[in-house]
Design a protein around this ligand. Sequence first.
Ligand code: ATP
Ligand code: MG
Length: 485
Amino acid sequence: MFGKRTQIGQENQPARPAIPAAPPATIAAPAQSAPLSGAASARPAPITTEFAPQKSEQYFHTKSMVFGAMIEAIDLSQLSKLDAVSARDELRDVITEILALKSVAMSIAEQEELLEDICNDVLGYGPLEPLLARDDIADIMVNGAEKTYIEVNGKIQLTNVRFRDNTQLMNICQRIVSQVGRRVDESSPICDARLPDGSRVNVIAPPLAIDGAALTIRKFKKDKLTLDQLTRFASISPEGAEVLKIIGRVRCNIVISGGTGSGKTTLLNCLTNYIDHDERVITCEDAAELQLQQPHVVRLETRPPNLEGTGAVTMRDLVKNCLRMRPERIIVGEVRGPEVFDLLQAMNTGHDGSMGTIHANSPRECLARMEAMIAMGGYSLPPKTVREMICSSIDVIVQAQRLRDGSRRITHITEVMGMEGDVIVTQDVFIYDITGEDANGRIIGQHRSTGIGKPRFWDRARYYGEDKRLAAALDAAETRSDKVA
Ligand SMILES: Nc1ncnc2c1ncn2[C@@H]1O[C@H](COP(=O)(O)OP(=O)(O)OP(=O)(O)O)[C@@H](O)[C@H]1O
Ligand SMILES: [Mg+2]
């Protein structure tokens, strides 16, 4: 049992620190008519109520009382030194004792719920815990203390999870980011971080976020999707998947293009499965999300500036440094700025088989984005030179898209062919045709080959002994497309 509390209000304690004297946060009563906003409003989504059956006022009152007594009874800073299981056990003991001492009348189930609630508030991520425990959630989006949305099966839903107030939400954000040595407050209100389980986190705090901190979590999937699973979900046809496996293996330079949440990182991760185990791979990411299975991988992560505004390490710094690390392949999680220049140069100078993702809505737009990003870097190269550089570096663009029914599809596998005058010429190898919509609003469509018998990466495939496999995949794709037609 812990002695009398000595300190309240310690920020930035070690791993999984206790939130300083955070009054009980809770899951709100089911939201009934909260309006959906932003992207969600475009797709009316069901409002989940499964997290918390409406709790009584009495429950909240008891929770406040027990919480207050517990803060008095224990030393939170001591608690934070224990491992998670022991700390939870200690807390449970204290709370059970308080309940007995105060003769609180509660059912066993209510007591259990109260114990869980308070433990989550003190040791975990408070109201986020039930969401973090669920494996079916792709994203958690907290828009200030009042509203939390989740994405399940491609659909955005409003939940009834609510934080007590914006201070508690900020405390939880701070706790999350301090675990990876970062901080978020008024003076540095934007922060990328990771949860211990690998989930990617972004926080933007007031005053930039007007209605309270916005916290976005891309939940880490323990079982990363594979190309075979994507085939089962109809994200790509079996033949298309086979072609992707081949281009991953034969060291094509690949850019994965797609909108936000379209499955770019998932696809990048899938393609890296086909990298040979003897290749030295270096990954550069803002928040490490990729899970390469190869033994010879160096993982690098960017760093934001410190309190004095110095010490930032940008993606560009990382990509440049990679070149001095004898990489065979460079994988850039997300190409967002001038680092595209360094990546293209690397692709061009013996690091073929490099890959990256870019936010763009079509392969054409992806090429334009790359051009724009090079211009952002301050290079005053003639547009034609830039395009020639892109052409000689990129072999294939794979386009991912999240369709309006929430499903994710690979909509294009496109080759970059070369230049005709000032224009980059591309050639689709596979495309996804949308043919209609079923009665449930699900999109119907199919992947089809465009009939290219010998793509530009054919010689490369032959060099790696994959030409027969490629020919078989392309033939099978054409036969299937003919049947469908
Ligand atoms: N083909 C797919 N079918 C079903 N779910 C998918 C598919 N591809 C990705 N997902 C899921 O969608 C979510 C978003 O995927 P991912 O992180 O790859 O997207 P992203 O395009 O990289 O997003 P961001 O732009 O935020 O970086 C993840 O939870 C992932 O498991
Ligand atoms: Mg991503």
